[in-house]
Design a protein around this ligand. Structure first.
Ligand SMILES: *[C@@H]1O[C@H](CO)[C@@H](O)[C@H](O)[C@H]1NC(C)=O
Ligand SMILES: *[C@@H]1O[C@H](CO)[C@@H](O)[C@H](O)[C@H]1NC(C)=O
Ligand SMILES: *[C@@H]1O[C@H](CO)[C@@H](O)[C@H](O)[C@H]1NC(C)=O
Length: 547
């Protein structure tokens, strides 16, 4: 075992100190300032400083606590020396892809300047995240939590927890700061194995003294998001079971789990009842499906505990890929529970709607001009100099292509393009992610959540539709696709705009495994989509246009 790994296994981190350390603000009708800067932080062993992206001086960035339908006015000041954008992972930006914060919708914010995002978590509830979408900045942090609470008088299907904690977990590379990793990807190399795992920015930390305490007999909510770059993480708490209550905005059937696999880009919420002897227990996040294991641990500290954590860390579960797929199938909608709106989730009978189109997306890792790229249906995405959304709005030709990416794999040689799949507003589509690679995949769609109706091994075929869950599949914004397997989703295209569909595995996204879904209607109406924001930044071929 590598020495640093051993040290990481030995690390002690009192979770409450971390949780209390992240400030939260915002209560209603909210002005938020995000000052983005760069500095050095001690992350491992508390000896060597690593370069990280800070928001308001914090890593992870401030936790945004908001209520369903709050209007956020978030002024981001870019104090880095490179252009920058944040995107709001899982916030649906209803009628408002203008605020999505990816390079296909927004011009990057130049160094030393600012952009004020205006957006609303419309009809949403749950745990989401934000992170940098430009360059490979996400490898240097800049991420944080967005917790969307229910409005007054909207019930949730569980008793109010005695406390509510946010855990951002992710793999981390210390091989160099962001430019080094980015340069390595640019030169055509794929990412190496990471160097560690962080929980709220710490892998090894010792805190002492005055932590708030968790009392025996009480029940706490833990919001766990995988903000890492590449690896699925398994989350577990020594001696305790977890009751799953919410997944990316869906209230689920409340099953008990000893451990949960959280794939890159995903979020889960659990309740944990402190029903064990009052002592300290490990909280663990560790890499999955990798020959070598990386582990971060924290400590769950009961009031009056005089017994520090002891014994080995709780072991990784014995289930592997197949068991993980089985676990994923147990995530189901509670049909009678509501989500952010008062009507029951199950009143939308998604399984009875006829699909208007099937899109099969196959991921691959081709070499193009001798360099490692990643592709979907043989097309590796390259950013344009002009956001596609602006090109569409100003009718600027030649920025993107709606014909390069076919909606079924065609087996041809890999190419590069700024690829867009055209669709119509109100289409109800089936998307099959076919993963013929021997690597874990995670797919995300901006602007939407979707029903994850099926997981299976090998090749998808139309006959596999008979295995779909058409009754109580949950909706979420990011789904895993197991190696040499497929995942099927259904999407109700009710949100007009230009929406990024991407691998959440960040080197794959960076090296081309993404495209945009243009959800369009001939009738241009405010009922379907908001006007271009008056402060929209203009760049590329949109410079000098008036809005
Ligand atoms: C952001 O920086 C500005 C100066 O550029 C300062 O006035 C402001 O207080 C800072 N805000 C936060 C939240 O750190
Ligand atoms: C930059 O911030 C100012 C407020 O300090 C705001 O009025 C302006 O609209 C912001 N710029 C953009 C492009 O959003
Ligand atoms: C589903 O939600 C309802 C309504 O809140 C609740 O009474 C019920 O216990 C939940 N069922 C499960 C299986 O979680």
């Amino acid at each position: 075992m590598a020495p640093f790994l051993l040290l990481e296994l030995l690390n002690r981190l009192v979770i409450l100190a971390l949780l209390l350390g992240s400030s939260s603000f915002c209560d209603s009708g909210k002005w938020v300032w995000f000052n983005v800067s760069e500095s050095f932080r001690l992350l491992f062993f508390r000896v060597i400083p690593y370069q990280v992206i800070l928001i308001n001086g914090q890593f992870p960035g401030p936790q945004l606590d908001v209520v369903t339908n709050d209007n956020l006015v978030l002024n981001l000041i870019n104090k880095l020396d490179v252009p920058f954008l944040l995107t709001w992972n899982g916030i649906k930006q209803r009628k408002n892809s203008w605020q999505d914060g990816v390079l296909g919708t927004n011009c990057p914010i130049p160094p030393g300047s600012n952009y004020t995002y205006n957006f609303q978590p419309k009809d949403q509830i749950g745990s989401f995240t934000y992170f940098p979408s430009t360059g490979f900045h996400r490898a240097a942090g800049g991420y944080g939590a967005i917790n969307v609470y229910q409005r007054p008088r909207i019930p949730v299907p569980y008793a109010t927890p005695d406390g509510d904690f946010t855990l951002l977990v992710g793999d981390w590379y210390k091989t160099g700061h962001k430019q080094a990793l980015q340069a390595s990807l640019d030169s055509g190399k794929s990412l190496p194995f990471p160097d560690g795992v962080l929980i709220n920015g710490h892998s090894q930390a010792t805190f002492s003294g005055d932590q708030a305490t968790l009392s025996a007999g009480k029940t706490y909510k833990f919001r766990v998001s995988n903000v890492g770059l590449k690896n699925t993480l398994n989350f577990r708490i020594q001696g305790h079971t977890m009751k799953l209550i919410e997944v990316e905005g869906s209230h689920v059937v409340q099953n008990m789990y000893d451990s949960l696999d959280v794939h890159v880009g995903q979020s889960v919420n659990v309740l944990v009842t402190l029903n064990q002897a009052p002592k300290d227990y490990y909280i663990v996040a560790s890499t999955r499906f990798t020959p070598k294991k990386l582990v971060a641990s924290g400590v769950l500290h009961y009031t009056n505990s005089k017994t520090p954590v002891s014994g080995p860390l709780p072991a990784e579960p014995s289930y592997q890929l197949h068991g993980s797929m089985e676990q994923a199938r147990t995530y189901r909608w509670n049909l009678t529970a509501n989500a952010a709106r008062p009507n029951p989730q199950g009143s939308f009978h998604y399984g009875k709607i006829t699909t208007t189109k099937t899109i099969v997306l196959s991921n691959s890792a081709p070499l193009i001009n001798g360099k490692q790229r990643y592709a979907v249906n043989g097309v590796s995405y390259v950013n344009a100099d002009t956001p596609l959304k602006l090109a569409d709005y100003f009718n600027i030709p030649g920025v993107f292509s709606t014909s390069s990416l076919q909606t079924v794999p065609n087996g041809g040689a890999a190419t590069v393009a700024t690829s867009v799949i055209p669709t119509s507003l109100h289409d109800f589509i089936e998307v099959v992610f076919q993963n013929d690679e021997n690597a874990m995949q995670s797919w995300h769609l901006d602007g939407y959540d979707f029903w994850v109706v099926g997981f299976g091994s090998g090749q998808w075929a139309p006959a596999k539709r008979s295995t779909y869950n058409l009754v109580d599949a949950l909706t979420r914004h990011t789904t895993q696709v197991y190696p040499n397997s497929w995942t099927a989703i259904l999407v109700s295209l009710d949100n007009q705009g230009m929406w990024n569909m991407r691998s959440a595995i960040w080197e794959r996204q960076y090296l081309g495994q993404q495209f945009y879904l243009r959800v369009w209607s001939a009738v241009q109406s405010l009922a379907n989509e908001y006007f271009i924001p008056t402060n929209a930044l203009l760049c590329g071929k949109a410079v000098g246009k008036s809005h």
